[in-house]
Write a protein that binds this ligand. Structure first.
Ligand SMILES: C[S@@+](CC[C@H](N)C(=O)[O-])C[C@H]1O[C@@H](n2cnc3c(N)ncnc32)[C@H](O)[C@@H]1O
Length: 195
């Protein structure tokens, strides 16, 4: 690979406003939680764990207000129910999410449609072949019609074992200035920038 994790610099997370959520966001997040709660007993997908919707909304809003992203393009890697992608769309970003599990992708589309949220929810993988062998092609593949790193802000909630691959992929392809926001359970988030 061309770049190691040193290609990423830490960015202090901007302070959250702490204000009440807009009503449409609160309604969306409550419905998302309800649907996720209904889904879990029906279908166990080991890889799926949902983020804290209010936290991700607040963080994306704070990033936007602080003007940290170079532009409005957002991409969620492994979007599950699409909660973060929909939050980004509700904040006016050009939001896309990529999910490999068909049932989750279907649920995400249903949730977004129920709230009239326009977001690109795609079925597929954000990982190109060769990632785990550390043999990535020089040019990022775009199997969904766009390259997963070709945006201004990437968000992912990786399992611990996947963290270094998300970082490596981002470091290899993202343009300088692109932000990587990751969630690690509880209230732990990291914000990095491609240098
Ligand atoms: C821990 S969950 C996080 C879900 C969502 N990002 C969130 O924050 O609520 C990780 C998600 O990544 C998906 N996933 C795993 N590998 C993937 C891949 N190569 N491409 C797309 N999605 C993937 C899983 O199916 C799962 O839904």
């Amino acid at each position: 690979m061309n770049h190691g994790p040193s290609a990423l610099e830490n960015v202090p997370l901007p302070e959250l406003s702490g204000g009440a959520l807009p009503a449409e966001v609160a309604e969306f997040l409550a419905d998302a939680q309800r649907r996720i709660g209904d889904f879990r007993p029906r279908r166990r997908i080991a890889e799926f764990q949902s983020c804290d919707g209010a936290l991700i909304y607040g963080t994306l809003d704070a990033i936007r207000q602080a003007g940290l992203a170079q532009g409005p393009r957002f991409c969620e890697w492994g979007s599950g129910f699409g909660v973060a992608t929909c939050c980004a769309a509700l904040l006016g970003m050009q939001a896309h999410g990529i999910e490999i599990e068909e049932e989750l992708h279907r649920e995400a589309r249903g949730l977004a449609a129920a709230h009239g949220i326009e977001a690109g929810l795609h079925l597929g993988s954000f990982k190109p072949d060769g990632l785990y062998e550390e043999r990535l092609p020089d040019r990022e593949p775009a199997p969904l019609g766009f390259a997963p790193t070709d945006c201004d802000l990437v968000y992912a909630y990786p399992w611990p074992a996947e963290e270094r691959w998300v970082e490596a992929l981002f470091a290899h392809y993202a343009a300088p200035g692109t932000l990587l926001l990751t969630y690690h359970g509880g209230v732990t988030q990291k914000l990095r920038r491609r240098v």
